[in-house]
Design a binder for this molecule. Structure first.
Ligand SMILES: Nc1ncnc2c1ncn2[C@@H]1O[C@H](COP(=O)(O)OP(=O)(O)OP(=O)(O)O)[C@@H](O)[C@H]1O
Ligand SMILES: O=C(O)C1=C[C@@H](O)[C@@H](O)[C@H](O)C1
Ligand SMILES: [Mg+2]
Length: 160
C-alpha cells in the first residue's frame, strides 16, 4: 500500500506509450462504490473476488501497464492470472510508508496501530509478492521518475 503502484504505473505507461489501468479504479468504476465501503460493508473475501474479476478482465483485454491493489496477491486465483507476466514488486520499508501515506485511517487494513499492522501485513505478504514478481524494485529514496526508470532497466524495456 502506497509503494507507488499507481503513480509509477502511470509514468511507466507514458514512457512506454501504452495504456494504463488500475484494478482498484476499475472496481470502483464497475461497482459505483469506494474500495473502503466495499471492504467494510461486504467483507474482504467479497472484495478479493471482485478484484480477481477485475484482474481477469484486464489481463484478457488490456495491453499496457496494470497497477494492482496492494492485497491482490493474497488470492490464489489472482496469483494464477499473473503467472508468467512481467510483474513488478515495488518495495519500501515502513519508515518510507509512513512518509508516503502517513498510514492513515483511509486504508481499512491499517486503521488500528498502523505501524505494527503494516509490519504484520508485510511479513505475511512479502513471500507472495516475491513469488509473483519477475523483478523487485526498491522505491525508498527514489523519485517516482527514478523508480519508473529502474523498472524499465530491470525488465530490460526501452521507452518510446
Ligand atoms: N517514489 C516515491 N517517492 C515519494 N513519494 C511517492 C513515490 N511514489 C509514490 N509516492 C507518493 O506516495 C503516495 C502513494 O502513491 P500511490 O498512490 O502511487 O501508491 P499505490 O501503491 O498505488 O497505493 P495503493 O496501495 O493505495 O493503491 C502518493 O502520495 C504518491 O505521490
Ligand atoms: O493492501 C490491500 O489489501 C489493499 C490495497 C489497496 O490497493 C486496495 O485494493 C484495498 O484497500 C486493499
Ligand atoms: Mg494505487
Amino acid at each position: 500500500m502506497g509503494s507507488g503502484k499507481s503513480t509509477v504505473g502511470a509514468l511507466l505507461a507514458e514512457r512506454l506509450g501504452v495504456p494504463y489501468r488500475d484494478s482498484d479504479a476499475d472496481i470502483v468504476a464497475a461497482q459505483g462504490r469506494e474500495i473502503a465501503d466495499l471492504f467494510v460493508d461486504e467483507g474482504e473475501p467479497y472484495f478479493r473476488a471482485l478484484e480477481r474479476e477485475a484482474v481477469a478482465a484486464a489481463v484478457a483485454a488490456h495491453t499496457g501497464v496494470l497497477a494492482l491493489g496492494g492485497g491482490a496477491v493474497l488470492d490464489e486465483g489472482t496469483r494464477g492470472l499473473l503467472a508468467g507476466l512481467p510483474v513488478v514488486y515495488l518495495s519500501m520499508d515502513v519508515e518510507e510508508a509512513v512518509r508516503r501515506v502517513g498510514l492513515g485511517a483511509a486504508r481499512p487494513l491499517l486503521a488500528v496501530n498502523p505501524r505494527r499492522q503494516w509490519r504484520e501485513l508485510m511479513d505475511a505478504r512479502r513471500p507472495l509478492y516475491t513469488e509473483v514478481a519477475r523483478v523487485v524494485v526498491a522505491t525508498d529514496d527514489r523519485t517516482p521518475e527514478e523508480v519508473a526508470q529502474a523498472v524499465l532497466d530491470a525488465l530490460e524495456l526501452k521507452d518510446v
